[in-house]
Design a protein around this ligand. Structure first.
Ligand code: PXG
Length: 451
């Protein structure tokens, strides 16, 4: 097979439905997809290209990850260079320079109090790693009885057993039965009546954080290791935290010696206006997870940031002891590190980690201009995240948003994500105002004639 074919030549015989059968697609309606496939061949900048040569505007940054835009030359070159000079290197009892350089640059971007980062290969692994760091942290300090976790309804923390246990998306949990024991959930924060068409953070809802006091009282603080939430819930459809809500979670967790973990897999790397979501929202967790935008989705990579005092608590016992029995073969993989280092340069040189803040007002006005269209019951936004929620068709939840997704793709050359009856938007951070207009105008045309 020549190189071109291997990098994705969808010849007609490759798009026949039988050729699509073997791939068990993740989080996909496999039979529906394979009967009417939506295929992507290549990508560049803000666009995907289909096998039949259509240029599709990517309004979802791949899957909330391609923050620097697609196939950026410096990132591509860095990956190629690494592949040819250090294809793999162990990071168990060994090290390679890019891993240390990347960690240094990342903690500098995070700022105080964050001083260490642990590497893994996905958001799901980052979440499991963070939960394990939390448990082990309490244990090394002599508080090993702190084993409970508190997540939140509608939270998405990936698909590991830890992640689905603290997560709160029913469909991702109910099939699997067994989960981590000792997990409780805060109520989710979205309320149609109180918050519909809020711009940015809703005013209503800070009091929902007080539920944490009730849960703590029930179990006793001494049994609880950590609370984990997304600063802005992404997968559940862009649920923006009410004003004062995260502050309240921070206060309560600090008071009870409970670690606060932010899952920044989506909000990290510029999505809401600062390098990390906590910086934009002004509330500092003890640990936070990242993935996706760390290298603009180019090579699988995730990480956990730890504040001062956490890593240090592990550094005890004999010098020869492995302080934390956790890690992955591909933790700090050279290709992922090379991609991330080059990506950080692109972010810095193009000001991309603060661009969502600069465009947020324009984005907000553009999205909210869809208010009043048929079936639109809510519009939410923060930074360069947005959601348009539709009323479900009676007896066919999710069908309306799926229709919009398909029509946007085929009729408007627009890639828009959907979850339930919510359209979710998160364009690459290089998006231009004219492209924001195109996204919104395309959606307007589709929504106007939607039944
Ligand atoms: N935490 C959060 C907050 C996420 O959004 C994960 C963990 C898991 O990451 P990995 O890399 O293991 O998939 C995620 C992933 C969507 C969508 O459209 C969201 C995610 C992944 C795929 C689709 O809502 N988020």
């Amino acid at each position: 097979m020549n190189d071109i074919a291997r990098t994705g030549d969808f010849t007609p015989e490759h798009t026949g439905t039988e050729k699509l059968e073997a791939f068990w697609m993740p989080f996909t309606a496999n039979r529906q997809f394979k009967s009417a496939p939506r295929l992507i061949q290549r990508a560049e900048g803000m666009y995907y290209y289909t096998p039949d040569g259509r240029q599709v505007l990517d309004a979802q940054a791949g899957l909330w990850c391609v923050n620097a835009g697609h196939c950026r030359t410096p990132i591509v070159q860095a990956i190629a260079q690494a592949a040819g000079s250090l294809d793999f290197a162990p990071t168990f009892q060994m090290g390679h320079p890019m891993a240390f350089e990347l960690a240094e640059r990342l903690v500098a971007l995070a700022g105080k109090p964050f001083n260490h980062v642990f590497f893994c290969n996905s958001g799901s692994e980052a979440v499991d790693s963070a939960l394990k760091i939390a448990l082990a942290y309490h244990r090394v300090r002599g508080e090993g009885q702190r084993t409970r976790f508190i997540g939140r309804e509608r939270g998405y923390h990936g698909v590991g057993f830890g992640g689905i246990s603290v997560g709160g998306i029913v469909g991702n949990r109910k099939m699997f039965g067994t989960m981590l024991p000792g997990v409780d959930h805060l109520p989710q924060t979205w309320n149609l009546k109180e918050q519909a068409f809020s711009r940015g953070q809703p005013q209503w809802g800070a009091h929902l954080a007080d539920e944490l006091e009730r849960i703590v009282a029930l179990h006793d603080a001494s049994t609880i290791a950590a609370v984990i939430v997304e600063p802005v819930a992404g997968s559940a459809g862009v649920l923006v935290p009410p004003v004062g809500y995260l502050e309240r979670l921070r206060e309560i967790t600090a008071k009870h010696g409970i670690l606060l973990i932010f899952d920044e897999v989506i909000t990290g790397f510029g999505r809401i206006g600062k390098p990390f979501g906590f910086q934009q929202l002004g509330v500092t967790p003890d640990l936070y997870t990242v993935a996706k935008g760390i290298n603009s989705g180019t090579v699988p990579m995730g990480g956990v940031f730890a504040r001062e005092g956490i890593y240090e608590a592990f550094m005890q016992g004999p010098q020869t002891a492995i302080e934390f029995a956790h890690g992955y073969t591909y933790s700090a993989h050279p290709l992922a590190c090379a991609a991330a280092l080059a990506c950080l340069d692109v972010y810095r040189d193009e000001g991309l980690l603060t661009r969502a803040g600069e465009l947020a007002g324009y984005w907000e006005d553009a999205l909210h201009s869809l208010r009043g269209l048929p079936h639109v019951i809510d519009i939410r936004n923060i930074g360069l995240m947005g959601a348009v929620e539709l009323a479900p068709r009676p007896g066919a939840a999710g069908a309306r948003a799926f229709d919009v997704h398909v029509k946007a793709f085929f009729e408007e050359n627009l890639l828009v994500r959907f979850t339930g009856d919510i359209l979710a938007l998160s364009p690459p951070l290089i998006v231009e105002k004219a492209q924001i207009d195109r996204i919104v105008d395309g959606l307007r045309r589709v929504l106007s004639k939607l039944d």
